[in-house]
Design a protein around this ligand. Structure first.
Ligand SMILES: C[S@@+](CC[C@H](N)C(=O)[O-])C[C@H]1O[C@@H](n2cnc3c(N)ncnc32)[C@H](O)[C@@H]1O
Length: 316
């Protein structure tokens, strides 16, 4: 157990997942080109489909509460928001950022291409008695919104999944008023996001055959702080800076991770739903064993790092 613990902790610090290609939410073991894929089609970019995100909405809400909410609270502290600030949240999901901005007195339009995600946000606003958040179904790559109409336009852990990142970023720029700010958050490089490592390791320990991923998933394109800054400046923002932030996801039961994580994104749930009952059992046991071997009876702590970019649109 001692050896296993030190290996696991060491791997969190490695920045080069050179032996693994990272799936969209999962590590996948690369196979030799000569070997045929043993599973077909369970990973053909399910993140591009709004229905696939809709199917994840219930698990995602629990995930967001523990995982993305602290980053949303950081994001609002990185900009000035006040009563009446006009804020757009793109790919808002269940609304971690929209809610944090509304609590500062902003008027928030939360958009997403999944109606189920937005219903969950509407329901939460009703439950909390929170006014100030309006929702609208929209593709973040072509926002049905006028130019220069928001003080702040944000996309946290959403735009990174788009088919065309530059279109998503340009749309944020277009809808901002001169001098307005954009916020874009993405997970950091995969080795710095412990939940990804846990999923990848569980997949390998359970000896599940997976489709090959020779390409890193699309979302890793925004994981590098320097490149993200350059991309924002290249698309017309006058200034940009990027901060790195890590938060610890804590929970009491090791099973909590296994109940939420495999179902929180379209790629992980496509994989999970594809597994036989026996493979699922092995996968869940591997996730739970990994945590228990390193952290005993809990509470458990999973450290995830993100990059958050803040960019300013120039005054006309
Ligand atoms: C990982 S969730 C992030 C949700 C939320 N921003 C948060 O921080 O918890 C990704 C969200 O992006 C949305 N999404 C993905 N592609 C989209 C697109 N092209 N247009 C609008 N929303 C999109 C999904 O429906 C999902 O709600």
């Amino acid at each position: 157990m001692g050896n296993r613990e030190s290996m696991a902790e060491r791997r969190i610090d490695e920045d080069d997942p050179s032996e693994l290609a990272l799936g969209s939410g999962l590590y996948r073991r690369a196979r030799p080109a000569s070997e045929p894929p043993s599973v077909s089609n369970c990973s053909s970019d399910p993140e591009l489909r709004s229905e696939a995100w809709g199917d994840c909405a219930t698990a995602y809400e629990l995930f967001a509460e523990g995982v993305t909410r602290p980053f949303a609270e950081d994001a609002v502290r990185l900009v000035k928001l006040g009563t009446g600030s006009r804020v757009l949240d793109v790919a808002a999901g269940t609304g971690a950022f929209a809610l944090a901005a509304a609590r500062q007195g902003a008027e928030v339009l939360a958009t997403d291409f999944s109606a189920e995600m937005l219903s969950s946000l509407d329901e939460k606003c009703r439950r909390l008695g929170l006014t100030g958040v309006t929702t609208a179904e929209m593709d973040g790559q072509s926002l049905a919104l006028p130019d220069a109409s928001f003080d702040l336009a944000a996309s946290l852990f959403g735009l990174m999944f788009f088919a065309d990142h530059d279109r998503g970023l340009s749309e944020l720029h277009r809808v901002l008023k001169p001098g307005g700010r954009a916020i874009v958050a993405s997970w950091a490089s995969p080795a710095r996001v412990e939940m990804m490592r846990l999923l990848g390791d569980a997949t390998m320990q359970a000896m599940i055959s997976l489709p090959t991923a020779f390409e890193p998933p699309r979302w890793t394109a925004l994981a590098d702080a320097r490149k993200l800054k350059q991309r924002l400046l290249g698309l017309g923002f006058a200034r940009a800076h990027v901060v790195s932030v890590a938060h610890v996801w804590t929970f009491e039961r090791a099973q909590h991770l296994a109940e939420i994580l495999p179902l929180a994104t379209p790629s992980s749930s496509a994989l999970f739903n594809h597994l036989s009952a026996e493979e699922r059992g092995r996968f869940v046991a591997a996730l739970v064993d990994d945590l228990q071997a390193r952290q005993g009876d809990g509470p458990y702590a999973v450290t995830n790092e993100a990059v958050i970019a803040v960019a300013t649109k120039g005054a006309d």
